[in-house]
Design a protein around this ligand. Structure first.
Ligand SMILES: [Zn+2]
Length: 661
């Protein structure tokens, strides 16, 4: 029985919490810190700076976020900078930032750190250096750095306000920004500031006379694990572990009317079945638990992460990868409670993207990356406008005449820091395995086998299913290239140096694993069929009953009034046919789907990520089809599937969609 179980047993025996849940009760951290213990051997993420996204779908977007989104973001940083000046003892007029919003500055600094790794910019770097200097001057001498609390003269980690004060949330984002700034510039000053602040937190919670508790908005947990990895200091994992273990024990008093589930405190971790409560806090919390599973190898964390994963991906996620349908408390609902007019905050999509990446690192399965891809190409990308300067806070799938609002809340810099990590999400490596998870055009260098392996990817994905990979093995001649076979893909061809590979070797983890002696400029061609697919939802999702959604490759399509005479609810023909058309001048260059309704009239559907960019317009993702009824059987392990698959499974052969390639 490990020490946590001893603590839990003592608690069940009626012992007072404060007597036992203390720093002394936390177990020593195992030696595995900093290693990645995936099921099939270690899998490591790549550094953002080792990926160059060029051309294709993402290259221009990275440039847009660098040239438009970052300059636009500065105008919202005034109150954060004024607060830092005030905390540094300078005479400054307000207004100043509140409890949580100073995290926006750190999310922007992380965005910039990624950007500098991709696009060196000495002037921007100097600007950040000045702010880092200011942060250092605002920091208390003991290391504490939440300037709202400093400026208000409130107590650090106020035990009466832990559910709402956001000390940990803000510190978590500072740590992540500092790690990335160090990684991309080699400069240590910011990382040193973050370490001093993290050391203060360790001392406060774990030191002599330490006070058990945790910040009500998760974020610091995953940041601490990353900081341990970046610095080699296991104490940061101790603290992340304490924050996770101390939940569900009544240590944090809610000061408002929020339920304990709001901040994942209803029951201890080992009793938590589902992701509940505030969707952003909850997905960040789950990511922290998965990070702890990776860092410690503790099977309890791995089990918990997998329970949370099943909860969200099999029962609580929209087809677009959004979560958190309830307006009240911005929360998850019951299983299958996924209304089309739900809340669905953009930050929760960012949290799910991170959680999905960690689950891939933990379990090594392509199914985790299917979710990551769904979230990135749909929920996350829909959150930010096509011009990079506007954003959605809420993301309903059914929307009547809403205009995008440009309030600088938490989401915009979270979206930009997430999108700049597409390259990190796209690739991974083990000792002898290179993983191509997302099909992004560009180059990557992967540290493998004591050397470097280079991959060049040429593709127009997600518009086309053709992907060409050119291998540069360096001094690592024998290794495996692992291509993800996407969950949406039902047929594909593969060739190496022009020679067809048949049958395609697929692993039970969802990869095409190609192990051989690779030579300079070897070429892999992977060509996925990319028809328009009609998707049906699990029959327990009430709002999707009798409806279908359109998907092509990883992109979910929706229907907007602006393209369809003010209506967004065509009834599809009983046997619908589709064709795909390239519209270079529309919405920044998209492929639209042209379909036929029951009256024989054509309608146009556009990629969800590009919707709501042309002023007010009704929009729908799910639409009815004449005579259509979703099957009730064969839903095990799935929330969405190609329409009719369940019925066909019983009688075979597999269905053929009307194909408009
Ligand atoms: Zn947000």
């Amino acid at each position: 029985m490990n020490r946590f179980k001893v603590v839990a047993a003592l608690l069940l025996m009626g012992a007072a919490v404060g007597d036992f849940v203390s720093a002394a009760a936390l177990p020593a951290v195992p030696d595995s810190i900093g290693q990645w213990a995936g099921r099939e051997g270690k899998i490591s993420p790549v550094a953002v700076r080792d990926v160059r996204l060029e051309g294709g779908f993402w290259g221009p977007k990275m440039r847009l976020y660098k040239e438009r989104t970052i300059p636009h973001s500065w105008q919202y940083m005034g109150y954060n900078l004024r607060s830092l000046h005030k905390a540094a003892g300078e005479v400054t007029d307000g207004p100043f930032n509140g409890t949580w919003d100073e995290a926006n500055l750190y999310k922007l600094l992380e965005t910039i750190a990624h950007s500098i790794g991709m696009f060196p910019d000495p002037e921007l770097e100097r600007k950040v250096d000045d702010i880092v200097d200011l942060i250092g001057r605002a920091q208390r001498t003991n290391g504490y750095a939440h300037v709202f609390i400093i400026n208000e003269g409130k107590p650090e980690w106020d035990p009466a306000f832990l559910d709402g004060s956001h000390d940990g949330y803000v510190l978590g984002h500072m740590i992540e920004a500092a790690i990335e700034y160090h990684a991309n510039t080699g400069k240590r000053a910011f990382l040193d500031i973050a370490c001093r602040a993290a050391d203060e937190a360790c001392e406060h919670f774990l030191g002599p006379g330490g006070v058990p508790g945790f910040c009500g908005h998760a974020e610091l947990e995953m940041a601490l694990v990353e900081l341990a990895r970046a610095t080699g200091r296991p104490r940061y994992v101790d603290l992340a572990r304490a924050f996770v273990e101390w939940r569900g024990r009544g240590l944090v008093k809610p000061v408002s009317a929020t339920p304990r589930s709001y901040f994942q405190d209803l029951v201890p971790l080992r009793q938590q079945r589902n992701l509940d409560g505030h969707a952003v806090r909850s997905t960040f919390f789950a990511t922290g638990v998965a990070d702890l599973a990776l860092a410690t190898g503790d099977p309890d964390y791995r089990l918990a992460a997998n329970r949370f994963w099943d909860s969200v991906t099999l029962r609580r996620m929209t087809i677009t990868g959004n979560t958190g349908p309830r307006h009240e408390h911005e929360a998850f609902g019951e299983d299958y409670e996924l209304p089309n007019d739900g809340y669905y905050e953009s930050c929760a999509a960012c949290g799910l993207a991170d959680f999905a990446q960690r689950m891939f690192l933990l379990e090594g399965g392509a199914d985790s990356v299917d979710v990551l891809e769904r979230v990135l190409y749909n929920a996350v990308l829909h959150g930010i406008s096509l011009d990079g300067t506007n954003s959605y806070y809420q993301n309903p799938l059914s929307d009547a005449n809403r205009v995008r609002y440009n309030s600088w809340v938490c989401c915009p810099p979270n979206l930009s820091r997430t999108l700049f990590q597409v390259g990190r999400y796209a690739f991974a490596c083990g000792d002898r395995d290179a993983f191509l998870n997302l099909f992004v055009a560009g180059t990557v260098r992967l540290p493998m086998g004591g050397g470097w392996v280079g991959l060049r990817v040429d593709t127009e994905y997600p518009w086309e299913g053709r992907v060409r990979i050119t291998v540069t093995p360096g001094k690592v001649p024998r290794f495996a290239v692992n291509l993800r076979w996407p969950g949406w893909c039902q047929a594909a061809t593969l060739s190496i140096n022009g020679v067809r590979v048949m049958p395609i070797p697929r692993t039970d983890r969802g990869y095409i694993r190609l192990e051989r002696d690779w030579h300079e400029s070897d070429v892999i061609d992977f060509d996925m069929d990319m028809p328009v697919q009609r998707i049906e939802a699990h029959p327990m999702i009430k709002d999707c009953g009798g409806k279908v959604a359109l998907q092509r490759g990883p992109l979910i399509y929706g229907i907007e009034g602006v393209d369809n005479g003010g209506r967004a609810t065509p009834e599809l023909a009983a046997l619908p046919r589709f064709r795909v058309e390239a519209r270079a001048q529309m919405l920044g260059g998209v492929r639209v789907v042209v379909g036929e309704d029951a009256e024989g009239k054509e309608f146009v559907a556009v990629p969800l990520y590009a919707m709501a960019n042309r002023g007010k317009s009704v929009q729908e993702v799910w639409t009815s089809q004449r005579g259509w009824k979703a099957g009730a059987a064969w839903w095990e392990g799935r929330l969405y599937r190609v329409a009719g698959e369940g019925m066909v499974k019983a009688v075979a052969p597999s269905p053929t969609e009307a194909d408009g390639r």
